[in-house]
Design a protein around this ligand. Structure first.
Ligand code: CLF
Ligand code: SF4
Length: 527
């Protein structure tokens, strides 16, 4: 680890802060003009008209920084960073990093050389893969040599791939120079508190200045390093995203203050994620019965942060070796032994041509959304403030294009007269196992989308259809293969007309459960 310390001038800091706050102002202001219902997802759903071109260029095909892009572009992680310099109570080092990874699957750790080979292999097979992230399985900056060697070698061989890293922030201030040297434009810092008294309940120790520090002192040092690192990145014009793990009873209300503080320091996005905590993960929280939030508890904290730093709501809490679109996992296709058998042809022109076609598809989705918004705005005599959630089964391209039985997650949209806003996703076990519906999976699927009024799918069988109807969730397949927002607002318009005609009465829905633990083997195999 480098021991050099980077300093920035006060003027530089002010200039950088001003630059990023101008961008945030521009993004927030543009939301209204593009029909967004609120600022909550402005940062991640804003378009080119909402921000300076150089910022748009950085986020337009980054699936985490742009909600729209995540339907079309993929990212990958390489697990080159096994060590960590702190302990979080939600992490068991035996598993992937819980704050950036789905727990339960151990990564195949790679050397930088293996990692670069893997990235080139994926880039040649998946031309819409645009971002390489290093997110563990420990901390990217607690393994600086492996992390920066990987970035350096990749930048030489595949200059079109964006570089991204994720860190707990402890070592960040002393690494800012290196981050800038390698043109790493996107940095995620996991910040769960801005008050060491709360931090003490989340972090039992940190490794600092060659020794282990515990208690309040550990949380204070971590907090100061995180804030300093964030300010330094802002001063250098690096886009930052803050990840916060929502831990009910510990930092739930406090995250509103975190949101305020990180916005003040120039964070571009804030991603509030649910704690995933099961005894089987072997974490301190899991073993001591600390629960994760329900879907509505998570949404309530996210909604309360509207107007603060712009929110990301499409995070999938990826594995440290994830490959593919957010929400899909193709890492099994790129194990070291499989890569050895592959013919790797990194063809920049082919990648660019493919990405141009993806851009066309994305613009078509955007146009469909705009025309659906105009229709939704018409007065129909029904309560103008009514808002409902719907679940959508999709396998990408921004369309309702997945069979109910093939979904391992549903995307959740909030609909009101002002638009269709992506507000999250819900993981489920696969209903269809080898051609047969698994009826015992249905209750868990229903509980995952229980706060939704409808589920939009390309197709659905008779049995799940009846069970969903009995649970008060309307299965809808008449919008198959349409763009999501157009389909969702189309259904919403019909729903409102049925209310207007007196055929149905609008009933509020209950809460939903955020799925904990690993997927079933069957689900993995069939996905
Ligand atoms: Fe990876 Fe993270 Fe970069 Fe994205 S993930 S390092 S910013 S390329 Fe994205 Fe995954 Fe959520 Fe992270 S969905 S866990 S926010
Ligand atoms: Fe685990 Fe990540 Fe926390 Fe380190 S920073 S203890 S790897 S969750």
């Amino acid at each position: 680890m480098s021991t050099g310390t980077a300093f920035v001038s006060i003027d530089g800091l002010k200039k950088g802060r001003q630059a990023v706050s101008d961008i945030l102002e521009a993004a927030a202001g543009g939301c209204g003009s593009t029909g967004g219902a609120g600022k909550a997802s402005c940062g991640s759903s804003a378009g080119p008209e909402d921000m300076p071109p150089e910022i748009w260029d950085k986020i337009k095909n980054h699936p985490c920084y742009s909600e729209e892009a995540h339907h079309h572009y993929a990212r990958m992680h390489v697990a080159v960073a096994p060590a960590c310099n702190i302990q979080c109570n939600y992490c068991n080092r035996k598993y992937d990093c819980s704050n950036e990874s789905r727990p339960g699957v151990v990564s195949q750790k790679l050397t930088p050389e293996q990692a670069v080979k893997k990235v080139l292999a994926v880039a040649s097979e998946i031309p819409q893969m645009t971002v390489l992230g290093i997110a563990g399985p420990g901390d990217a900056l607690a393994n600086p040599k492996k992390t920066f060697d990987t970035f350096r070698m990749l930048a030489e061989q595949a200059p079109d791939i964006k570089l991204c890293l994720s860190t707990n922030g402890l070592a960040l201030p002393e690494m800012v120079e290196e981050i800038c040297k390698y043109n790493i434009d996107h940095v995620t810092i996991t910040i769960n508190m801005v008050d060491p008294a709360i931090g003490e309940k989340i972090y039992p120790w940190i490794f600092w200045d060659h020794k282990r520090v515990t208690g309040l002192e550990a949380a204070r040092i971590l907090h100061e390093q995180q804030m300093k690192g964030l300010e330094m990145l802002t001063a250098r014009g690096v886009l930052t995203k803050i990840n916060s793990v929502l831990i009910p009873g510990i930092n739930d209300e406090h995250l509103i203050e975190v949101n305020r503080e990180v916005k003040k320091r120039g964070a571009f996005l804030h991603n509030i994620m649910p704690l995933i905590s099961e005894a089987e993960h072997g974490t301190y929280f899991g073993l001591n019965g600390q629960r994760g939030p329900s879907a509505q508890e998570l949404k309530a904290v996210q909604d309360a942060c509207m107007g603060g730093a712009n929110l990301m709501r499409h995070c999938r809490q990826c594995r440290a070796d994830a490959v593919g679109l957010l929400g899909e996992d193709r890492s099994d296709e790129f194990t070291l032994d499989k890569i050895e058998q592959m013919e790797i042809v990194y063809d920049l022109d082919k990648r660019r041509a493919y990405q141009e076609s993806v851009e066309g598809e994305r613009q078509a989705q955007h146009a469909a959304k705009e025309s659906a918004l105009a229709e939704a705005a018409a007065d129909d005599g029904v309560d103008a403030d009514m808002a409902v959630l719907v679940a959508v089964a999709t396998e990408g391209h921004g369309k309702v294009n997945q069979h109910f039985g093939h979904a391992t997650e549903f995307q959740i949209y909030e609909l009101n007269k002002a638009g269709a806003i992506f507000v999250g996703h819900r993981r489920v076990d696969l209903y269809c196992q080898g051609g047969f519906g698994e009826d015992e999976q249905l209750p868990s699927i229903v509980s995952a989308i229980n706060d939704c009024h409808a589920v939009l799918v390309s197709k659905i069988g008779a049995c799940p259809r009846d069970e969903l109807l009995a649970a008060g969730i309307e299965p809808v397949d008449r919008f198959a293969h349409e763009f999501i927002e157009k389909a969702a607002l189309g259904w919403f318009g019909e729903y409102r007309q049925r209310i207007a005609r007196g055929e149905i009465t609008h009933q509020p829905r209950g809460d939903a459960r955020i799925r904990q633990g690993a997927y079933t083997g069957g689900a993995e195999a069939a996905a």
